[in-house]
Design a protein around this ligand. Structure first.
Ligand SMILES: *Cc1c(COP(=O)(O)O)cnc(C)c1O
Length: 382
């Protein structure tokens, strides 16, 4: 039998062993690491700085008192509380969709939704750089999978034509992509993808994980920024990034959402999110999508312009190539007081190990310029 220690040694030898890093402070733009001490944090997805926001925390405290800490059961048993339904109605209205369903995480939303809609007679077509949760959802579904090179519309069109020939009369064809790609920070060509999927009678699932709260009017996401909300069949996302909390969602037609309630195993067989959390997300949407959010998005935009002019999202990759190069650059930045993670295979393709810089509205302008300067020292010419 394989020895786990040996597997770990192999991972270490390839520069691929991962370990957990302990924080001794709340999440924020400046954190304290158990090893590494005080540093500026350029690694979280807390794009608006809400994870430790005073207003959001007091909402949470209030709702624990009002609605309780735990939900006690899955949604279909007796775990559906007023807060869950009110959150879903509010989110659906915000996303201009008929209905919405919330999950315990974005990962659960993806792995529940795709297999609920697709099975062995169906076809799922994914962008090569789709998040692990989307890939796992597609695999779990048992559908035939096709992958197109990142943002390659010609190859997507090829797959759609192939699917049109292969599909049966009742088959679903589902195209899956992200609005902001998590390790590259670039955007999907959404308008063209909508044209293609409509022309070939396919459905589109768009994962807005890194766009919700960041892009579009009120931070509603990329579909909204481009006026395409009505064309995207499933708008998926998470409350764990810009919204500062946790939990996943899918916005879709009423019938699709009702089908998910019946079929999505990660929804059916998992205890409902805490009612206090659901209520805090519900009320927190006023922060994320209201004037406070607008002010934070403006600060984030200023940081984006300072750090990497023209960057389309809050994620800026610095591609270095080899695992060891990326690890060394990350370590050198930490010595200078900046936490910027090295991202390696399998999270990104082999040979494209990188630093992944994420900006937050909560950073100070001088933090961003200091990082820029440090990066020029540790990775000159990048
Ligand atoms: C983070 C992420 C998820 C998972 O969301 P969680 O709420 O953290 O489970 C799904 N898709 C993408 C693109 C992500 O970046």
């Amino acid at each position: 039998m394989r020895d786990p220690e040996e597997e770990l040694r192999d991972l270490a030898a390839a520069g691929l062993r991962r370990t957990l890093r302990r924080l001794d402070s709340p999440q924020g733009p400046a954190i304290r690491l158990a090893e590494g001490g005080e540093c500026l944090n350029f690694s979280s997805n807390d794009y608006l700085g809400l994870a430790n926001d005073a207003a959001l925390k007091s909402l949470y405290q209030h709702h624990i008192g009002e609605s309780g800490a735990g939900s006690g059961a899955s949604r279909l048993v007796c775990g559906t509380m007023a807060a869950h339904l009110e959150l879903e109605d509010k989110l659906a209205a915000l996303k201009r969709s008929e209905a919405a369903l919330t999950f315990t995480s974005g990962f659960a939303a993806a792995t529940g939704t795709i297999p609920a809609l697709c099975g062995k007679d169906d076809i799922v077509i994914l962008d090569k750089l789709c998040h692990a949760s989307l890939i796992d959802g597609a695999r779990l579904s048992g559908a035939t999978m096709r992958v197109f090179p990142h943002n390659d519309l010609d190859r997507l069109a090829d797959h759609l034509r192939w699917a049109a020939e292969k599909r049966g009369p009742n088959s679903r064809v589902l195209v899956v992509t992200e609005s902001v790609f998590s390790m590259d920070g670039d955007l999907a060509p959404l308008a063209a993808i909508c044209e293609l999927k409509d022309a070939h009678d396919a459905l589109l699932l768009l994962d807005e994980a890194h766009a919700f709260g960041v892009l579009g009017p009120q931070g509603r996401g990329l579909a909204s920024a481009l006026g395409l909300e009505g064309r995207v069949d499933l708008q998926m996302g998470t409350f764990s990034k810009a919204a500062g909390l946790s939990g996943g969602y899918v916005c879709a037609s009423r019938a699709t959402v009702d089908l998910l309630v019946n079929r999505a195993r990660s929804f059916i067989y998992s205890t409902a999110p805490s009612p206090a959390l659901a209520a805090t997300i519900r009320d927190g949407l006023d922060l994320v999508c209201g004037p406070v959010g607008d002010r934070l998005r403006a600060a984030l935009s200023r940081h984006r312009e300072t750090f990497a002019p023209g960057t389309p999202s809050a994620i800026v990759p610095v591609i270095l190539g080899e695992n060891e190069t990326a690890l060394a650059a990350s370590a050198a930045l930490l010595e200078r007081g900046f936490l910027v993670p090295a991202i390696r295979y399998p999270t990104v393709p082999r040979g494209s190990a990188r630093l992944r810089v994420t900006l937050s509205a909560a950073h100070r302008e001088e933090d961003v310029t200091a990082l820029k300067k440090a990066l020029a020292e540790v990775a000159p010419g990048r």
